[in-house]
Design a protein around this ligand. Structure first.
Ligand code: FES
Ligand code: FES
Length: 268
């Protein structure tokens, strides 16, 4: 880049589709031919000195650049598409939207389908409020472009209950344990916990899984430390961790007793 006298930054044409499609990129290449001998100061012409050098250089430069500029693809001929039909499967239902390519999955869910159970907290992948399941694995929907997850199965908090309306065991556990206060983080917590249970069942270790157990590759038994580690990406501004961890453990089969619950909360 160069900075002009006005202070504007002027990008140099080093890459990108706005470059010429073809043509000499180097002044010594292509149909411009080699530089005239006069540029090297060995011309036999009677005209000499700085004036002649400048004139010859300008003429040669015009001859070099003109055909190149002519081959730049006109703007109106380039693809201007910034949106397209996006096919998504949400909670086992197919949907097709005409979406701007920059639309995040989170915004698509909330603004286009009206599934507002998935929350927007930070919109930067730091709080976990937007957690959904993507092909069964938890993911931050604020970090995904809707157009990039076509053909994937997406499950939101609205889709985890049974078809008969029965609550998912984790939903029941959160209710039983009073594992929320304002509830804003709860959909993300529950979706994330579903992912945690699946990851543990598959034997995927966490940072606190003992090395010998991780080496065995069998299902990981979830304890409070495992749940806290694996749920660390889901923040709760209300500090309901004291009951979130036991709620997850209720479903995992390792619920602590009352005394342990207090200890978990202290460490939340
Ligand atoms: S809103 Fe996606 S991680 Fe916070
Ligand atoms: S219950 Fe309020 S943010 Fe978690």
């Amino acid at each position: 880049m160069t900075r002009g006298g006005s202070g504007f930054i002027t990008p140099q044409p080093t890459s990108g589709s706005w470059l010429p499609e073809a043509g000499p990129q180097h002044p010594y290449a292509g149909d411009a031919g080699p530089p005239p001998a006069s540029l090297s100061g060995h011309s036999g012409s009677a005209q000499s000195g700085p004036d002649r050098c400048t004139a010859v250089r300008r003429a040669w430069h015009r001859r070099s650049i003109a055909p190149t500029v002519a081959r730049v693809t006109p703007t109106h001929q380039r693809s201007q598409a910034t949106s397209s039909a996006v096919h998504l499967s949400i909670n086992d239902e197919p949907h097709i939207w005409d979406l701007d390519h920059r639309t995040s999955l989170l915004d698509a869910l909330r603004d286009h389908l009206g599934l507002t159970g998935t929350k927007k907290g930070c919109d930067h992948g730091q709080c976990g409020a937007c957690t959904v399941l993507l092909d069964g694995r938890r993911a931050n929907s604020c970090l995904l472009l809707a157009v990039a997850v076509q053909g994937r199965e997406i499950t939101t908090i609205e889709g985890i209950a049974g078809t008969d309306g029965a609550l998912h065991p984790l939903q029941s556990a959160f209710l039983d344990r009073d594992a929320y206060q304002c509830g804003y983080c709860t959909p993300g917590q529950i979706c994330s916990a579903i992912g945690v249970l699946d990851e543990a069942a598959r034997g995927w270790p966490s940072a606190v899984t003992p090395a010998e157990l991780a080496a065995e590759g069998g299902p990981v038994v979830l304890d409070p430390a495992e749940v806290r580690e694996r749920m660390a990406g889901n923040l709760c501004r209300c500090g309901a961790y004291a009951n979130i961890v036991p709620a997850v453990l209720d479903v995992a089969g390792g619920a602590p007793d009352v005394e342990q619950t207090s200890a978990v909360g202290d460490q939340g």
